[in-house]
Design a binder for this molecule. Sequence first.
Ligand SMILES: [Fe+2]
Length: 169
Amino acid sequence: MLASRGRRLWQEPEDREVAVEFVTIYHLVVEGMLGLTGQHFMIRYNEQAGTLPGFVEGFSNVARDEHRHVAFGAWFLRDMARRDRRYADAIRRTLVEVVPIADGVLRPNWMQNMSDEDVALFGVSGQNNADLRRAGAVAPPEGRHGRRDAALSAGRSRVRCGRPPVRRR
Ligand SMILES: [Fe+2]
């Protein structure tokens, strides 16, 4: 969807409606909905686990910059919607098309029977930390589940890590 709008914009750079569709997908959905969400959970997890302080500092700066990109997109879209009703319609039409797909990224089909908390924590635990340990970026866990358990304590004990979770019936 983004690539097709990009190609159309490349071919017809004066087409404002395509520009509105592109900015809606890129700035609102890709950066705003997906990018900021992923950044938030990666930063929060590492802060809670006490891991990768340099990454947290640097990635917090990236996230702060990302907010500016999203704000620019929102400003552009608001301005265009005020100019002409057809641009407001283009924003709504594009969101209706794209948001269900983006929602599938945040909550894949195989996670439908899991709690919101499990979904949020799955993406920043298990395999990610195993990869980081292999790279020597994170210390080996203490005890059976190590730092993950410490970070995910206080009633968050149902997190399954390192493999797709089993569906609840
Ligand atoms: Fe960005």
